[in-house]
Design a protein. Structure first.
Length: 266
């Protein structure tokens, strides 16, 4: 059920795809671990689907443990190895859990969190000047106070979905943006932050490449909380702009909480 839910990214399974087969603490203890695009997506799955019916009966088949769950944020695009996850579970059972108080998100980064849907339009490299548009979905979540993790889904044909994983780190004091792209072979690029302006609900940030290429890449990200645009342009030596790609997205509102009928409460 989890794999078909919006916001699901990954779960711990063995080579055969069985999510219940890995039992490092013995046959009597089942290990369940999953990764979600953001907290809102996980909350919807746990409390707003039929999963909540299972949760209501958990005392019938779950023994209480002082440290029986752990909620964390992915700090990199790459998924951890199974050995690392099991080691983390061992550490979790050995020590009581304490609340961590981290800094608030830097600047306006919290405005990017959530699910976005819309279109990607790009200049076809194989046919310059021809613009191609793809239906696109983006999941954004904070990995740290200064970093945003992004999962892209592109509908590239009737039966083909393309995925992309990225992370962007914003150094507002140092006027720098670090962009890590890819999951299998991550590539890191650094950009100079030209401007970052907040006007009420609207945030607009511009950053550009610093690699000395003849055509300078300029990125403009803008959002008012409901609409998100992210555009890449190239500037030649004469200052002429050429659009390379542009995302035009709208925020997907959280689903309405499904309440239990009054006759069944209590």
């Amino acid at each position: 059920m989890a794999e078909q839910s919006p916001g699901f990214v990954w779960r711990l399974k063995d080579e055969s795809g069985d999510a219940t087969a890995i039992r490092p603490f013995g046959e009597s203890m089942l290990v369940n671990m999953s990764v979600w695009s953001d907290v809102a997506a996980l909350h919807r799955y746990v409390f707003e689907t039929v999963h909540v019916e299972i949760l209501r009966r958990c005392r019938l088949w779950i023994d209480r443990n002082d440290a029986d769950s752990c909620h964390g944020r992915r700090t990199r695009s790459l998924m951890p190895s199974r050995r690392t996850l099991i080691a983390a579970l061992v550490a979790l059972t050995a020590w009581p859990a304490y609340a961590l108080y981290d800094p608030a998100p830097a600047g306006p980064l919290a405005r990017l969190q959530g699910e976005w849907r819309g279109e990607l339009t790009y200049d076809d490299f194989s046919n310059p000047g021809k613009l191609v548009t793809l239906p696109t979905r983006v999941f954004a979540a904070l990995a740290s106070p200064t970093a945003v993790t992004l999962l892209y889904e592109f509908d590239d044909g009737p039966t083909k979905t393309v995925y992309s994983y990225e992370q962007m780190r914003f150094d507002f004091a140092g006027l720098r943006v670090v962009w890590v792209s890819g999951a299998e072979q991550p590539e890191e690029s650094s950009y100079r932050m030209v401007s970052s302006d907040v006007d009420g609900a609207r945030w607009r940030i511009v950053f550009e490449s610093t690699d000395g290429e003849p055509d300078r890449a300029v990125y403009t990200l803008e959002t008012d909380g409901a609409v998100l645009t992210f555009r890449k342009e190239e500037l030649d030596a004469a200052g002429a702009k050429r659009l390379r790609n542009e995302y035009r997205l709208r925020r997907v509102p959280p689903s309405t909480l499904v309440r239990e009928p009054a006759a069944r409460r209590g």
